[in-house]
Design a binder for this molecule. Sequence first.
Ligand SMILES: [Zn+2]
Ligand SMILES: [Zn+2]
Length: 843
Amino acid sequence: MVSDKELKKEFLKKAAEEWETTYPVKALRELGFERYQCKKCKRHFWSQKEDDTCGDTQCVGKLTFIGKSPTKKKIEYIDVWKEYAKTHEKLGYTPIKRYPVIARWNPTTEFTIASIAAFQPYVVSGEIKPPANPLVIPQFCLRFNDTDNVGITGHNVGFIMLGEHAFVPLKEYDINKYIKDHLTWLEKGMGISLKKIKIHEDFWTGGGNFGPCMEFFSEGLEISNQVYMQYEVTTDGYKELKVKVLDMGQGYERIAWFTQGALNNYETMSPPVLKKMRERTGVELDEEFGKKFYPLSPRLNLDEIEDIEKAWEEIAKEIGVPPEELKEKVKKQAALYSVMEHSRALLVAITDGGLPSNVGGMYNLRVILRRALSYIDKYKWQLDIGEICEWHAEYLKPLFPELQKNIENTKKILAVEKKKYEATKEKIKQVLGRIITEEINTEKLIELYDSQGITPELVAEEAEKQGKKIEIPKDFYSLVSEKHEKKIQEAQTRREEQLELKSIKDTEKLYFEDYTKTTFLAEVLAIIGNKVILDKTMFYPTSGGQLHDTGELNGEKVIDVFKQGNIIVHVMKEKPRFEAGDVVKGDIDFDRRVQLTQHHTATHIVNAAARKALGNHVNQAGAKKDMEKAQLDITHYENLTTEQIKQIEEEANKIVQKGIEVKKEILPREEAEKKYGMRIYQGGAVPGKELRIVSIDNLDVEACRGTHLNNTTETGKIVIIKATKIKDGVIRITFAAGRAAEELEEKEQHILEKAAAELGVDIPEIPARAKELFEKWKLARKAVKKKKELKPEELALEKKEKTEGTNEEILEKTAEILKTQPEHILNTIKRFKKELEEMKKKF
Ligand SMILES: [Zn+2]
Ligand SMILES: [Zn+2]
């Protein structure tokens, strides 16, 4: 497979020769643009007047609009979308709402990194229709590769990409119209004279697609990039896309910055928020200094330069201040800007279901949060990230009202995260005392950050106190993110071994309709050893966390069922006596089917109950349903209290008792998304044009292909067995429903009855008596050791104190007292009693 770089090189060469047919030359000429070549970078560009350089930031060397905006209009940040939508509506584009920044629908990325990512992969591949066509969208995006540039060069972690997209067949694809539309926006909407615009010929590759593109520059700033996505990368080269795509992206933040001629984009993206932050911290802005420095700031882009120290020195020389003074001044502002910027990114991410943690991509959220917290610490600012988020939500209300609706929950999550950060700082003192004697290089810094959450700033600070200087790599946070991304990729590329099933057609699935149907007739298509493939089946294969059915084919035992692609494979206990071509009768073990189905529907119910009890950030992170119990992993930031577990159990049983219909419908993907939102992807991204939607009112709506009950009452009682933190940000709730729950309760009753008999008390008196037993046993053991005498009455068991609570709680409590598991209570009591009797004889 060719790399993106090779592709780009090959196509740029081709495009340089065939530029007249590759780029929208007709429109450009009509508008008075001519083609020139940059004397510096040798690239070709279009301009209304002749020029030596192409207008690229690197070729021009500075931003020339700061303090003197070239546009007729000045647009306030919050009004940009209104203006953009208005201009584009007149040009025939439909404005739509943004997608979540957590990309649940997209199997290739965890975050929405560009406006086009909202429509990948299924709209771009032509499998499903776009919500409107052509359209414009204010898509909030997250990118973590520029974290270290934030606050200085104009880069952001969270930003809005104004997307302009069309998805059309070749004969309707008109790049000359697209570029004219965009220039209309730049000229009429933003008020930039076409004379001041330079347009590059370039090529863009990414996400398995590529095509020529035009980049728009003005006054040294890249304003936008219009990609004509036409090809798809395949294993043997590339091919034309069925649907041609217009992928135009423009940074929202830059529009306010550019048209106002402001010092930098941070000054214009949230003016009321920044004002409050300045009042709180007393950090002032030196306008005169800013006008000298910020035009040169792109030269500090860590992505583009080799020697950052040299770059600082050159800029210092150019504006006539000592380098140390320059750095000090810029870095304090950058810290304030970063706190503002990161807070906003976190606000949107958490509202959309993200949760800072150590796991996968969510790690990046913790990285930016801790980066912001460490700045607040360093400068001893009276700032609270949750409060800053509140200010942002207020300012952004006309654009994204959803941010305010969830603000209380967002603040709670941030407060817990802050506590975790503070606990880390405490730990650091102990850890660092030990390690500071070792050599601390970048690798060690990353390890400390990864394993203990200790930021390099903290390490440097602590080291300095001990008279040691530590070099923090300038791109530290990018290095950390990169390392974690690699991990995700590695995990995704792992594959299981597969059967050779090439010529066999997909199995028709009969288990969707009604879980109570358990017999069917089917034709045998193939037999491989003891594995049988039918033309259709009612056997549910292990998938979506639900265990497979068992049963019989023509009276012979089926012990396992799995899915390979769209083919379902039945594993027989022995090599079958029937042959390919035979029609066989299938019979499914109904008791097992019912139990698994109860556990599956109960999983959806517990998910809804947990969201109700804990907050809107709760999403499914995994699930498993077997016979004895089910597990649901949810995203949550701390261990659950007994009170919370009880609350979830109560909520779940309320849903059961209400007798709500469990609705199953097959919907086209675009319709399902429109109707229910992106929350349907609780089990992760799913492929296909059509989705099976399982809904319990609007309490829980999920794209799910498991077997489900028809009504919530059929679940029977739901009993939560326990809740444990399995990894950072993920809590596993283990529970049982239906017959399994009854059996569990019967077992509990049984254990308690026996324990009560053994201790000679009633069930509610067990905990108190067990405690007494344990204490007297300890007392006796101590006495034996020290050869001390004890009177028999000192060891008598007589406590008769009642404990309030259900059987389950009494069991839990007793287990806690005896420091054992509930199922071992009886044996533990017997052992203590026996040992106590033996010790008594020694006195
Ligand atoms: Zn150039
Ligand atoms: Zn499900």
